[in-house]
Write a protein that binds this ligand. Structure first.
Ligand SMILES: Cc1cc2nc3c(=O)[nH]c(=O)nc-3n(C[C@H](O)[C@H](O)[C@H](O)COP(=O)(O)OP(=O)(O)OC[C@H]3O[C@@H](n4cnc5c(N)ncnc54)[C@H](O)[C@@H]3O)c2cc1C
Length: 166
């Protein structure tokens, strides 16, 4: 199976056929805040704040088409600091514990590609979940298992067939 995230397109290229999966960098900050500083998740202006029970607060994220580059940048840090401080003024004074970046597997319309390779019939693919791979992970794994085992699929497989975007 090929489930190589942002690197899937490169991996599949070796098979003579590939998918338009591109890396989309996302940067996040983790604040050390007092428990209770924020009671709810907040989504606003393309960013979000997520409080943890121990008081830490995640601020995310950026959407950057900068190739296979996982470095963090001062520009993104400033943007997330500004956003967090505007929504929760206490965060303007809270220490930043961690600043990191990851690469999302960007796909057309964010719809994943799940199913068989069109030429190598014993090779399966599960990729392209873009911003929602954690949320879509269980259903994606279930669909792939259904296809592998010849079971009634949990979702219409044609909607996720790799050939749809390949
Ligand atoms: C900042 C940020 C915030 C996010 N927030 C959310 C969120 O709130 N909710 C949500 O649902 N999703 C979120 N996502 C998206 C989610 O993380 C991705 O959609 C998900 O990780 C994709 O899963 P994947 O297994 O396809 O790829 P990945 O998680 O990238 O895993 C692919 C793995 O393949 C490995 N690999 C690549 N090439 C090879 C090779 N040749 N050999 C062996 N291994 C290889 C890589 O090292 C990597 O570990 C976020 C992403 C980022 C960056």
């Amino acid at each position: 199976m090929v489930a190589g995230g942002a690197w899937t397109g490169r991996l599949l290229a070796a098979t003579g056929w590939s998918l338009p999966i591109e890396p989309v960098r996302g940067q996040m900050l983790l604040f050390q805040a007092e428990p209770g500083s924020l009671q709810h998740m907040v989504l606003a202006a393309g960013h979000y704040l997520i409080p943890r029970r121990d008081g830490r607060i995640l601020a995310g994220s950026t959407l950057e088409y900068t190739g296979f580059d996982k470095t963090t940048t001062p520009e993104a840090e400033a943007e997330l600091l500004r956003f967090a401080g505007e929504l929760v003024p206490a965060l303007a004074r809270a220490p930043v514990e961690h600043h990191w970046a990851g690469l999302r597997p960007g796909s057309p319309h964010g719809i994943p590609a799940i199913g068989r390779h069109p030429a190598l019939r014993n090779l399966y693919i599960n990729t392209g979940h873009f911003r929602n791979g954690v949320v879509m992970g269980p259903a994606s794994a279930r669909l792939l298992a259904d296809l592998l085992l010849g079971r009634e699929p949990i979702l219409p497989p044609a909607d996720y067939a790799p050939e749809r975007i390949g």
